[in-house]
Design a protein. Structure first.
Ligand code: SF4
Length: 390
């Protein structure tokens, strides 16, 4: 397949005024009601656009509302503790986004007196703000003539222009130029056009079986004209899934200042050892139980002796009374993990890793930002603790 030479020529000749009119009319009728669209101030737009990176709208909505309740203004976010921000983000994934948001809020307070800049180039100087996010904030919040290109609009523009493969640098330049060409002048509704394009890409020009019969701009579409809408854009082969087996050990000690309240309330006096995940690891900045890779037992659970040996080898820690706590399956990008959760009493040893460590009481686990598998183990510990109290 070739990249169609007709796409850009057709677009340069097409009637942009009519294209925008059809698109706007469709968007005003069909747009979904979303919380960040109701009160589109720059801070809310910014939070929503960062949350929407790599994440679906339905997953984002509850997080957006919770985040705005916790940090209603940019100043609140700038002044917030990083752990509070991460805890609020917990479960949404790609945690660097949350840390960058807080750092960027601090930069806006420090360098721009708390006013989010309008200019896409200035926006891109903020941590975590790339060309797409800058274009979205500048156009939607300030009606600047700033183009956007994300997964939905990239697919849409490939089909509109008949571009088979968007992956080369030249193709990307062409798509960004096209995205810009579609926009009206500054102050004339560029933000609405950008939102309409994203909505059209997500709701109508879907990856498979696009709804061309109800598409408001089908008359301008090169893929539709040539019947190639199912073939464009060409997609890369899915990366091979890698299976991975890990163990995490919830190590406890009886805290000197947390006197056990009785035999059936034993967890009330326990503290659990957590490690802060490194920048180079998955879930950077979050707290987790000691976790390490173990050999795939072919469906057989590891023995306490194997877990103890790996805990000593990977973390320099000894444990006694090891017992299984929970087995969890989870996926991260192309990795499928089987995590064996264990619980045991710390029996000495000091951490030999570069990670920051912390002992946390059972009830404090719920305040501590953790990755999803660690949270499930913590939930099991809390459940056991409550069950023990009867
Ligand atoms: Fe997408 Fe079909 Fe509309 Fe073309 S006509 S933009 S392929 S939905």
């Amino acid at each position: 397949m070739r990249n169609s030479p007709h796409g850009p020529r057709r677009i340069s000749l097409m009637n942009l005024t009519v294209f925008r009119r059809f698109l706007r009319a469709w968007y005003r009728r069909r747009r979904r009601s979303l919380p960040w669209r109701e009160n589109p101030d720059p801070y809310r737009i910014w939070i929503s656009e960062v949350m929407l990176q790599q994440t679906t709208v339905s997953a984002v909505v509850p997080y957006f509302e919770r985040f705005l309740a916790a940090f209603p203004t940019l100043h609140d976010l700038a002044a917030a503790d990083e752990e509070a921000v991460l805890r609020c983000w917990e479960g949404l994934g790609y945690y660097r986004r949350a840390r960058h948001l807080r750092q960027a809020a601090q930069q806006v307070v420090r360098d721009w007196g708390g006013q989010i800049p309008k200019n896409p180039a200035e926006l891109q100087s903020l941590p975590g703000v790339g060309r797409y996010t800058a274009g979205a904030i500048a156009s939607i919040a300030f009606d600047e003539r700033a183009p956007i290109l994300e997964a939905n609009t990239q697919r849409l523009h490939c089909r509109l222009t008949g571009l088979d493969d968007p992956r080369s640098a030249a193709a990307q330049r062409s798509l960004w130029s096209f995205a810009e060409a579609l926009l009206p002048d500054r102050g004339r509704g560029a933000g609405e056009i950008n939102q309409a394009l994203m909505e059209l890409g997500s709701q109508v020009c879907r990856p498979e079986a696009p709804h061309c019969g109800v598409c408001p701009v089908s008359q301008f579409c090169e893929a539709f004209r040539t019947g190639r809408q199912e073939e464009i854009p060409r997609t890369a082969a899915r990366p091979k899934v890698t299976e991975w087996v890990e163990a995490a050990v919830a190590l406890f000690r009886t805290a000197p200042h947390r006197r056990p309240l009785g035999e059936r309330q034993v967890d009330a006096g326990r503290e659990w050892l957590l490690f802060r995940r490194l920048e180079s690891e998955r879930w950077p900045g979050l707290w987790d139980f000691p976790r390490f890779a173990i050999a795939d037992g072919g469906g057989l659970a590891p023995t306490p002796q194997q877990i103890a040996a790996r805990l000593l080898e990977a973390f320099g820690l000894r444990a006694r009374g090891l017992e299984p706590a929970a087995s969890i399956r989870h996926s991260v990008t192309r990795y499928r993990f089987l995590l064996h959760g264990w619980r045991g009493e710390w029996a000495g040893g000091r951490s030999t890793t570069a990670r920051e460590t912390r002992w946390v009481g059972t009830s404090e686990l719920s305040q501590t930002p953790m990755p999803a598998p660690g949270r499930r183990i913590a939930a099991q510990l809390l459940f056991d603790s409550k069950s023990a109290r009867g």
